[in-house]
Design a binder for this molecule. Sequence first.
Ligand code: SAH
Length: 360
Amino acid sequence: MKTIRDLDLTVMTGLMDELGEKPFRARQLFEWVHARGTASFDEMSNLSKALRRELSERFIIDPLRLLKKQESADGSTKKYLFELPDGETVESVWMRYRHGDSICVSSQVGCRMGCTFCASTLNGRVRDLTPGEIISQIYDIERDVYRDTDGSNSAGHISGVIIMGMGEPFDNYDNVIAFVRLLTDSKGRNMSARSITISTCGIPDGIIRLAEEGLPVTLALSLHAPNDGLRQAIMPIAKKYPLKDVLSACEYFFKKTGRRVTFEYSLMKGVNDSDAAAVELSELCMRLQKKGMPVHVNLIPLNEVAERKLTRSREEIILGFKRILENNRINVTVRREMGHEIDAACGQLRHKHTGDTFSG
Ligand code: SAH
């Protein structure tokens, strides 16, 4: 059965028409589902009992079932493993920052991009997530984290959403955009598009299409290397899309939206963490800045994945790398260590779970 959380207001209006109901019923339903994050048709008190029954015979509300939850010792990170109706699993992470809380969601079960350092891609892509399956990760985590203070979602407890869990968002473009539109709908959850970050391994067509959506979301590019040779060695997708094309798509995104692009750079010992790489990365950023495009580099200490041979760069190497960028006046931060003690690197929790199942 389909989840009602997949439906936007236009589709809900069509549904009400089909059921012989007035159009305003669609708005009421949309509010229950998306403004309040209601998980039961019984709670929809302004809809008739007959309509609630009809809806419950056609749809489920929540497609996720919580399988496992892990919390960091300091309480700042919570990782969730959810089961989907077909038995597949996805993971999501809640993080508390000084400037607000955010949730990292998955967009696919598995991933087929093949990055050599990432756990999500170990068994390839299984399937795409629907908009309702992506948005449910947010509604369910909010319900879990904030239920003591307020059972509904209308207070807007989180201040950011990042599409940086499992999957490549532009390999599931339509569903990801439908998800963003549901989340930002003023009659529903009403989240600001500016608080949503989409992270991509670098698919130029997807970046260009996104630039044309008229959605002021934040774009993050997983760069990880300052040149094609090195990038191809760790990211197979780079063989298909040279940096030149990826970066000009990013420039186009900036021109269209005025939004600064973030470059993610995960530091791997002996692979992409040399001084020469830092200099080359600085030059790449300076070239773009000269053309009027501001960039921000986010250095990520590698989360080591047992099945991968790659290891994390040493602390002093990370700081040295950062200093070279700073000396070149590049805007740079090192991502705060989030949840590596609880397997929060993309796909690790799910991979462990599937592995457990296989080994009985
Ligand atoms: N497919 C999207 C989103 C996925 S992951 C993308 O490629 O951007 C979010 C970020 O974490 C990406 O920059 C990804 O390259 C990075 N990442 C994946 N596995 C990692 C690991 N083990 N350690 C550090 N960063 C990792």
